[in-house]
Design a protein around this ligand. Structure first.
Ligand code: PRP
Ligand code: URA
Length: 213
């Protein structure tokens, strides 16, 4: 296995894979695409948070006192990379309602394919939180790497990336720039085409979520 693959978890749960296949289908329209992405994000968040630290506290049930487990440690935050990441944020918030939410606006320049930044607003206590950056597509990896750089610049020490479809090129690029960041994805596809789109992928995620094409 390539060194850069050690930071990747592929979530191959049957429900995740079934919904991803529906999303990939070019005949799936905006309404269903958006709904499926929302559902998938909740299912994936369950796996992304699997290793959160826990502690025991004393409680009393109606029958007896007991020691019971609750989440311990640092608070969480969610950072969608606009636009397409917005389609994942709600689904993650359903599982982590207390999370604060930051926004990072990036688009890929159509010629250079490099990310162009147009907005960012992160929680003021980002340095005290573990952040989950969400963006459905990891293609060249440029957008995710830049978004994660901004989150780290705001003081965050622990970042996870949750995407839906990743290209090997993007996984490698992200590992080279952020070897500490674990990637959770539903699929690793074949390669990028000449326009840096993921093959077979699912097309332009932002356009499919918002119906802009
Ligand atoms: C898409 C996607 C990622 C980026 C991935 O956004 O949502 O942010 O491309 O490509 P990369 O790994 O090569 O950087 P896009 O630039 O199309 O903007 P949008 O979400 O506003 O449509
Ligand atoms: N952005 C997308 O939305 N899709 C791709 O395949 C690559 C970048």
């Amino acid at each position: 296995m390539e060194e850069y693959m050690k930071n990747v978890t592929v979530i191959d749960h049957p429900l995740v894979q079934h919904k991803l296949t529906l999303m990939r289908d070019k005949n799936t329209g905006t309404k269903d695409f958006r709904m499926l992405l929302n559902e998938l994000s909740t299912l994936m968040a369950y796996e992304v948070t699997r290793d959160l630290p826990m502690e025991e506290i004393d409680i009393e049930t109606p029958v007896a006192p007991m020691k019971a487990r609750v989440l311990a440690g640092r608070k969480l935050g969610i950072v969608p990379i606009l636009r397409a990441g917005l389609g994942m944020a709600e689904g993650v918030m359903e599982l982590i309602p207390a999370a604060k939410v930051g926004h990072i606006g990036l688009y890929r320049d159509p010629v250079t394919h490099k990310p162009v930044s147009y907005y960012h607003k992160l929680p003021s206590d980002t340095c005290e939180r573990d952040m989950i950056v969400v963006d459905p597509m990891l293609a060249t990896g440029g957008s995710a790497a830049e978004g994660i750089r901004m989150v780290k610049e705001a003081g965050c020490k622990t970042v996870r990336l949750m995407c839906l479809v990743a290209a090997p090129e993007g996984i490698k690029a992200l590992y080279e720039q952020h070897p500490d960041v674990h990637i959770y994805t539903a699929a690793i596809d074949s390669h990028l085409n000449e326009h840096c789109y993921i093959v077979p992928g699912l097309g332009d995620a932002g356009d499919r979520i918002f119906g802009t094409k």
